[in-house]
Write a protein of this length. Structure first.
Lengths: 317, 285
């Protein structure tokens, strides 16, 4: 288990607790009361820490190395029914963007999402969840295929951004994302988007135009990462906390701005502290959204989606 | 021997006190060619000797593309709010005010309808001078309304991009303008109304990831910087040396993302030629 800097009090207490339990097993001393006290204190500390997270702390949680990634969700939601589909039919298969068909209960869905790795080797293999143009084009191919057969789409967002590479520019990163956004606004099947980790800018929105956009409690979504924002506007990497606050990038902020539809609660301590519970809540939220969306005709769906996105923006006059 | 010793170090004359030619009389292109300003304007703001396309704004593009510089501006009274109360080293409201004072513009795009070679076109033209041509809520809304005007009246749409990308001070609201403008372009596409995207120097970030790359034709001026990530970001991320001409118009044409590159003096002809051809209309002179 890895701990973030602000989680260190929890780490201390958890260590105390396990020591206390060890003493209880190894000696004759009755430690039941002491252990209980520590446990109560641990719960209180957790509550205090996680109820009052700053924007930057949520950004840290969204990148927690033990946090579940796209494939973890898909495996939990669709189990053995998941059939991964590869390739953009043009350049290559992008490992940072995955997709495929699977069932939740009796309903087939097309799952699409950015995939991060869980150790150095897989992180490199997945390019840290930063897709190239072929990743976005693969996503579009799968969405069009879903549309053809009337299969609803679920996109799972977790990316530090679209890959800013030389080849990515040669192959039209901007065009690939733009095309996806345009086609998603008029796709004739329901699109449910879940932000499960990092939602960085165009790289996220490139698979993020949804009828319902759900955002997990400890994730972020904005036009730029707090670090890059700090480096550009403050001309230093040191102001990431301030930038995180200024960007209003947390789930609560995004809901308030009406840019996402729903916040999905995470277990105390974040999504990774109780994965099973997280998967269950996400599944419930997805199915609840789908119940509403499946009643709409393709025309109503597209009209509502366009209406929703064309209403976004705050201005005078 | 102290009589020639300098009492004060360095050059003391303030820049504005220098006895130089009055500002605006001459223009010096990046290759060092000097042009008389009036001559430059006559030459479509292209340096005659080296063909350098000087960055210009909506005022100049309207002058170039609309007949006799006659047009009706659309939604000129929209201006930015500060929905996030955004402050970095400066307040966003202060940045907006400074930009307005400096440029006399309300925001980073102006939209207008008028005749070009006798036929109506809607033009949305970005102004880089206004906070780097960044796209926030106002830019998104004005472009959406320009597209609406095209839709309602069945008039071709031209968007002239000149932008560093989305406006950070409106954070996710800016990001959603990518979806908003793209949704409108999808409606335009469904209605089979031509949309011409002109990329000028520079076209990067959020504009490239939305309307700039979504034209029925994407065209550009020579030598413009066009890309998703800026060259510095690409270099820093990959550690690779960038090839010559990386992310220029010519580079994009070569890689298949532009239909053609047009010299500024040919823009009006080329755009109208396309409109006539795609509409199966008689070609205008």
């Amino acid at each position: 288990m890895e701990y973030l800097d602000f989680e260190l009090p929890i780490k201390d207490l958890e260590e105390q607790l396990s020591k206390c339990q060890v003493i209880g097993v190894e000696s004759e001393i009755d430690v039941t009361d002491t252990c209980k006290q520590i446990e109560t204190k641990l719960q209180e500390t957790k509550k205090n820490i996680y109820k009052n997270l700053t924007a930057w702390q949520r950004v840290q949680l969204s990148r927690h190395p033990s946090r579940p990634y796209t494939l973890d969700y898909i495996n939990a939601l669709a189990g053995d029914s998941f059939l991964e589909l590869h390739g953009d039919r043009n350049v290559r298969d992008d490992k940072a963007m995955i997709g495929g068909l699977g069932k939740i209960d009796d309903q087939s869905f097309m799952f699409i999402g950015q995939q991060k790795g869980f150790n150095t080797k897989t992180r490199q293999y997945r390019n840290f969840g930063m897709a190239n143009p072929e990743g976005y084009r693969k996503a579009l191919r799968l969405m069009k295929s879903a549309e053809k057969f009337g299969i609803p789409v679920i996109t799972l967002i977790d990316t530090p951004g679209a890959y800013p590479g030389l080849e990515a520019e040669e192959r039209g990163q901007g065009e690939a994302i733009a095309r996806n956004i345009l086609e998603m606004t008029r796709l004739k099947v329901p699109i449910i988007t879940v932000i499960i980790g990092e939602g960085a800018s165009g790289g996220a929105l490139g698979i993020g135009v949804g009828d319902k956009v759900l955002m997990l409690e400890n994730t972020w979504y904005s036009v730029i990462s707090p670090e890059s924002c700090s480096s550009i506007l403050w001309r230093s990497w040191e102001y990431k906390e301030q930038a995180a606050d200024a960007l209003k990038l947390t789930a609560a902020d995004m809901k308030k701005q009406k840019l996402v539809d729903e916040i999905v609660k995470e277990p105390l301590g974040g999504a990774h502290s109780d994965r099973t519970k997280t998967f269950l809540t996400v599944k419930k939220s997805i199915l609840k959204s789908f119940e509403v969306l499946k009643k709409l005709s393709p025309e109503e769906l597209v009209d509502q989606r366009m209406e929703k996105y064309t209403n976004m923006g705050v201005y005078n006059g | 021997m102290a009589w020639f010793k300098r009492k004060e170090k360095g050059i003391q004359t303030a820049t504005e006190d220098k006895k130089d030619v009055p500002e605006g009389l001459w223009y010096k292109s990046p290759t060092g060619k000097v042009v008389d300003s009036e001559e430059l304007a006559k030459n479509f703001y292209v340096s005659p000797e080296d063909g350098y396309h000087v960055r210009i704004g909506s005022k100049e593009y309207f002058e170039i593309l609309f007949d006799d510089n006659k047009f009706k501006e659309l939604d000129e009274k929209l201006y930015s709010k500060d929905p996030l109360k955004f402050t970095d080293t400066k307040k966003y409201t202060d940045r907006l005010k400074a930009a307005k004072d400096k440029t006399n513009l309300n925001d980073a795009v102006r939209c207008a309808v008028g005749k070009s070679k006798g036929r109506d076109v809607v033009i949305a033209c970005m102004d880089f001078a206004f906070i780097g041509g960044s796209m926030g809520s106002v830019v998104g809304e004005k472009i959406a309304r320009a597209a609406d005007h095209s839709l309602k009246n069945n008039i071709p749409l031209i968007i002239i991009s000149k932008s560093g990308g989305a406006r950070m001070m409106e954070a996710a609201l800016s990001l959603m303008q990518l979806a908003k403008t793209s949704a409108k372009l999808a409606q335009l596409a469904d209605a089979k109304i031509p949309y011409i995207s002109l990329c000028t120097d520079p076209t990067t970030g959020g504009t490239t990831a939305s309307f700039a790359m979504l034209g029925d034709i994407n065209i550009a001026e020579p030598g413009a910087l066009i890309g998703f990530a800026g060259p510095r970001v690409v270099k820093d991320t990959t550690g690779q040396d960038l090839p010559d001409g990386f992310q220029t118009s010519e580079f994009l044409l070569e890689h298949g993302f532009l239909d053609f590159i047009s010299h500024r003096k040919e823009l009006k002809n080329k755009i109208n030629q396309y409109i006539d051809l795609i509409g199966n209309l008689p070609l205008r002179e």
